[in-house]
Design a protein around this ligand. Structure first.
Ligand code: ARG
Length: 485
């Protein structure tokens, strides 16, 4: 993705604008001065500008304009030489912006008018023909869709990278045992690989949602003009082909006004961030001195300025924290849209910052997560030892009795008593003698000890979706195949 290199003029923050004198006026040239007698109030000008944040769309704005001009020439609304002049002027402007030489002006309000004004300054009156059959309303809707489509592709690749890391970890740790929890209480032993594949499933669904969202993003609003379409004989299929849109929007009012595609992206992002936040919560717990199951690596942690012993899991903590702004951005966009009458309203200018922030947040979190998970160190012995506490194989003992003909409810009761005895005597089930175990059911025989081992427990859950190492390896291979598919 192209990023402009250097100094970019940002809209002053509102608190800075509020220091402007109350009577300030601004005499700058606007493209709409024909209808106006008085200049824009300088505070209003700065207050209503979006160039501080929408300049990020410059590459897609220029791509949209080049396609529009090419279409105008194809249908005879521009001559070939006019089109050539516009296209090369726009290409030069793009280079100026990328080099950081372009001077953005708040007086010109947004990225669209800044670029158009510069084009006119560069190539003269021909530049004034670019806006034929188009409005900023369909222009901005097109820009945002083009921008988001590229970001979706980037995020899709970043998600694949994280998923691949998790699947590789799952394969490598298919036999690594740790206690699985419900209610954060020891439940049953599981394998680390199984746990990683659980996260992979969530990310896989997130990526499916992202891909479905892309289909709805990839529809072209250009040609909707201000709201009703245009009187010029435009050919929207040409523009759509040039821009790689799969479809031309079917309704001009809808094309300029709706932002549901951005909301859908923010909903995808919120679900993804909710998943990463849960994942983070586990990593934070696991890296505490009390668990001590993983080492996240010095490169992903920070120290404390006062407590010399500290190595804080800042990365997962920040990712957990950043889920908040993602949910907030989704709410902001839903609220932004909910009362707008058709068609375009200036409210829509407020769609960009939440969307950009969401894109940046997701990209940053995915990158740091893939890096971090690629370098995580597992403390396998500590995990194993943790699984030996808390009677993780109690269900296995009950299942054993059921296999010998005891009804499950009775078996549950017998094992409950064995656990109570274990608590009072300080012994795990596997540490009891056969005589001790027989007190709870005379049916229990020597073969119980394989059942009560952690290895026996996980290996016994040997069906599709189960935690047995064999199943984890199969599931990981399948997941990898799905990923490449
Ligand atoms: N800066 C505007 C936005 O982001 C561009 C469209 C403005 N259209 C208008 N009629 N004022 O939404």
């Amino acid at each position: 993705m192209r990023e402009a290199k250097s100094a970019i003029l940002f809209n002053p923050p509102i608190h800075a604008l509020l220091t402007m004198p109350l009577s300030a006026e601004n005499l700058s040239e606007k493209p709409w001065t024909g209808r106006f007698n008085a200049p824009t109030n300088a505070f209003v000008e700065a207050f209503t500008a979006s160039v501080g944040f929408d300049q990020r769309l410059y590459h897609h704005d220029i791509a949209g304009s080049v396609a529009h001009a090419t279409m105008l020439a194809a249908v005879g609304l521009l001559t070939t030489s006019e089109c050539d002049a516009i296209v090369s002027g726009l290409q030069e402007i793009e280079a100026e912006i990328t080099r950081g030489e372009f001077v953005w002006s708040i007086a010109l309000e947004d990225v669209h008018m800044n670029i158009e004004k510069r084009l006119i300054a560069k190539i003269g009156d021909t530049g004034k023909k670019l806006h034929t059959g188009r409005s900023r309303n369909d222009q901005v809707a097109t820009d945002v869709r083009l921008y988001l489509r590229d970001e979706i592709d980037f995020i899709d690749a970043a998600l694949i990278r994280l998923q691949r890391t998790l699947i590789q970890l799952a394969m490598a740790e298919a036999e690594t045992i740790l206690p699985g929890f419900t209610h954060l209480q020891t439940a049953q032993p599981i394998t680390f690989g199984h746990q990683m594949l659980a996260w992979n499933e969530m990310l896989q669904r997130d990526r499916e949602r992202l891909r479905q969202c892309r289909q709805r993003v990839n529809i072209m609003p250009l040609g909707s003009a201000a709201l009703a379409g245009t009187t010029y004989p435009i050919n929207r299929e040409i523009t759509a082909n040039l821009l790689g849109f799969a479809e031309v929007g079917r309704n001009s009012l809808d094309g300029v006004s709706d932002r549901d595609f951005a909301i859908e992206f923010c909903a995808f992002a919120s679900l993804l961030m909710m998943h990463l936040s849960r994942f983070s919560e586990e990593l934070i717990l696991w890296s505490s001195a009390q668990f001590d199951w993983v080492d996240l690596g010095d490169a992903f942690c920070t120290g404390s300025s006062i407590m010399p012993q500290k190595k804080n899991p800042d990365v997962p903590e920040l990712v957990r924290g950043k889920s908040g702004r993602t949910f907030g951005n989704l709410t902001a966009l839903l609220t932004l849209m909910k009362s707008q009458p058709l068609a375009y309203n200036k409210d829509n200018q407020e769609d960009k910052e939440p969307l950009f922030d969401t894109v940046d947040t997701v990209k940053g979190c995915l990158r740091v997560y893939a890096d971090m998970m690629g370098q995580i160190t597992l403390k396998r012995q500590a995990m194993y030892a943790a699984a030996t506490r808390g009677f993780a194989t109690a269900t296995d003992l009950a299942d054993y009795l059921v296999r010998l003909g005891v009804p499950f409810r009775d078996a549950h009761e017998m094992v409950g008593k064995a656990v109570a005895y274990g608590i009072s005597s300080g012994k795990d089930l596997s540490q009891m003698t056969l005589e001790e175990l027989k007190r709870f059911s005379p049916l229990i025989a020597e073969d119980i000890f394989t059942v009560l081992t952690l290895e026996g427990s996980v290996a016994a859950r040997n069906h599709r979706g189960g935690t047995a190492p064999e199943q984890v390896r199969l599931a990981a291979a399948e997941a990898l195949q799905r990923l490449e598919g």
